[in-house]
Design a protein around this ligand. Structure first.
Ligand SMILES: Nc1ncnc2c1ncn2[C@@H]1O[C@H](COP(=O)(O)OP(=O)(O)OP(=O)(O)O)[C@@H](O)[C@H]1O
Ligand SMILES: [Mg+2]
Length: 250
């Protein structure tokens, strides 16, 4: 995916401008920055849910380029799990996960169910009862994982995850990091990961895009360890919890 000179606006304000970067095939790209800098808004633009006033988002694959906001958007190529989970409350968890298969494939019911159960297990919800449960009866962390299962169900080449580990216990969160690693290495899935979790970031991200809340633009793009040691001050502060890690180490 290519993002070119993109501006983000919300409520009449400019959040970010001049965002230019690629998401490379099979990489994990983390998007970081202070709360309110526009990370979730950027994701909504990248998946075509929000149209930019300025700039372009292009899906580049198989020698073809498609505008994400054009007539033939790459819908089934991009899986997304929103920050709040966003499952349909009128459907069971299983129906939620099967929905993209119903919309975008010719699979029969049995195959759809098998695929959905497999993806739920992959996302850390192997319990058969979860399939028929209502979203409202799940814990917050379980809802998040069900949303990830739904995002995965079509085996998309690009997966966008908005703070997937927020609110998860450390063990579940570490399992999620493992899942991200496996998707990347086994399936070659590219993953755009919005996260504040430094452990997770250093464990899985190939590159990090830092959105500065004051400069209203991206001030760094590169491997996390490199930005921690040699990046702009705001970025290395962010990556060392305001220098706390370094002071503790000293
Ligand atoms: N639909 C909207 N109408 C008005 N303001 C909005 C809208 N959506 C987002 N905003 C504002 O835009 C800013 C950026 O929001 P966004 O959710 O993208 O931030 P974020 O970086 O994802 O933050 P967080 O880390 O807290 O999730 C916030 O100030 C928010 O209040
Ligand atoms: Mg957000």
């Amino acid at each position: 995916m290519r993002v070119d000179d993109l501006s983000l606006h919300a409520g009449g304000r400019e959040l970010q401008h001049g965002l230019t970067f690629d998401v490379r095939a099979g990489e994990v790209l983390a998007i970081c920055g202070a709360s309110g800098c526009g990370k979730s808004t950027l994701l909504r633009h990248m998946i075509g849910l929000q149209t930019p006033r300025q700039g372009r988002v292009t899906w580049v694959a198989g020698g073809r380029e498609r505008d994400v906001h054009g007539d033939d958007p790459p819908r089934r190529e991009i899986g997304v799990a929103f920050q709040a989970g966003a499952l349909w409350s009128s459907m069971t968890v299983g129906e939620n996960v099967m929905l993209p298969l119903e919309l975008h494939t010719d699979l029969g019911e049995v195959a759809r169910e098998r695929q959905a159960r497999f993806k739920l297990a992959l996302a850390g919800l192997p319990d058969a009862a979860t399939f028929d449960a209502e979203p409202a009866s799940l814990s917050g962390g379980m809802r998040k994982r069900a949303a990830i299962a739904r995002a995965l169900v079509l085996d998309p080449p690009l997966l966008c995850l908005d703070e997937p580990s927020a609110g998860l216990d450390p063990l579940t969160s570490a399992r999620l990091d493992d899942l991200i690693q496996r998707l990347k290495t086994d399936l070659g899935t590219a993953i755009v990961l919005v996260t504040h979790e430094l452990d997770s970031l250093f464990a899985v991200a190939d590159r990090l895009l830092f959105l500065d809340v004051e400069a209203h633009t991206a001030t760094a793009l590169g491997p996390p360890a490199e930005l921690r040691d040699h990046g702009p001050e705001a970025v290395s502060e962010f990556l060392t919890r305001g220098g706390l890690d370094r002071r503790q180490a000293a």
